[in-house]
Design a protein around this ligand. Structure first.
Ligand code: AGV
Ligand code: CA
Length: 314
């Protein structure tokens, strides 16, 4: 068994990532933290607890879910943050009259992360699919947690010049999770944690297409694939530049199935002020990370199906 900790921020692909992490046969998920970023934190925590109730396996599911009290430097648009209210209301997650077994953790996200890491006998794989704020705050409270982190897999950043932030005062060279709190990215980059960055450069290779939606629809007799199809039906791109990708799911599957991806070692840094706040870039003076360059998309989609079919049927 491998020990994992997951911090996400409540958009559809974050919740699908949780669902799939719960199915990995040799992954013991020690804990889940929810950041108030790309989804409102209350329905995002509630939906996470319901997913664990309905789709977790008794021998390896987390005991609770921690709500973060970290706050944005730049908050996500409400148009994106609202979808989790609908997700949390899905009938598939509310067959128990809305009762939830998995409790909320007593501590906020960053302190929960410290506890779960320090209480682990083994090193932990940390997967983060939203801003890095909770990890940056955890490092300030207890810098020794780095000894318990095997690797950090982070969905965030971009090394090409095209970002995905369309906001006044931003030059669109940055990715949203980095823009939400660029200082936090810097803090994590300044630590000695082994970082694997899944940026837009690789996630651009796995867009959400109508073929994928139909592929999941055709398999909806499997409850987890039904939930995935329903979840993604909440998100559509009506503006240029806001195509939905399987950003977080790629990050999550990379953390356990590195054979799906290719990567290289690069030196990088992050800009924390001005028009390019949140921009990650390559530089010889930067710190070394593993940067994911490409993905075997066909194998990746197959893996989603395979894991989803392992979910408890009832
Ligand atoms: O920048 C990608 C991150 C991922 O962690 N999120 C979505 C994923 O959860 C922000 C984001 C960028 N474009 C979006 C986003 C869109 N069109 N809808 C919702 N979220
Ligand atoms: Ca996310």
């Amino acid at each position: 068994m491998r020990n994992f900790y997951f911090n996400h921020d409540g958009n559809v692909d974050d919740l699908v990532s949780l669902l799939l992490l719960l199915q990995m046969p040799d992954v013991n998920l020690l804990g889940v933290g929810v950041t108030d970023a790309d989804g409102y934190v209350d329905p995002a925590s509630s939906a996470s607890r319901k997913i664990i109730d309905r789709f977790g396996h008794a021998d390896r599911k987390p005991a609770d879910v921690a709500k973060s009290n970290s706050r944005a430097k730049h908050q996500f648009p409400d148009a994106w943050r609202l979808s989790v209210f609908s997700f949390d209301d899905f009938p598939l997650l509310n067959e128990n009259g809305g009762q939830i077994q998995t409790p909320l953790a007593e501590k906020p996200g960053h302190l929960d992360m410290i506890d779960k890491l320090q209480n682990s006998a083994k090193k932990v794989t940390l997967v983060m699919t939203g801003p890095l704020t909770d990890l940056a705050r955890a490092l300030k409270v207890d810098p020794t947690i780095t000894e318990k982190i095997d690797k950090l897999y982070w969905m965030g950043g971009v090394l090409g010049s095209q970002g995905n932030v369309a906001a006044p005062g931003a030059d669109d060279t940055m990715e949203w999770n980095a823009y939400w709190d660029a200082e936090a990215v810097k803090t994590v980059w300044d630590s000695n944690i082994e970082i694997v960055m899944v940026g837009l450069d690789s996630t651009n290779q796995v867009p959400l297409t109508s073929e994928l939606r139909l592929r999941w629809a055709a398999q909806r007799s499997y409850p987890a694939l039904d939930l995935i199809g329903q979840g993604y039906s909440l998100v559509h791109s009506f503006e240029a530049n806001s195509i939905y990708y399987l950003w977080d799911v790629l990050t999550t599957l990379s953390s356990r199935y590195p054979e799906l991806i290719e990567s290289k070692r690069v030196k990088t840094d992050v800009i924390t002020t001005g028009f390019s706040e949140g921009r990650t870039f390559q530089t010889d003076k930067g710190r070394e990370i593993t940067f994911v360059t490409s993905v075997d998309a066909a194998a990746f989609y197959d893996k989603i199906d395979e894991l989803a079919k392992l979910a408890p049927s009832k």
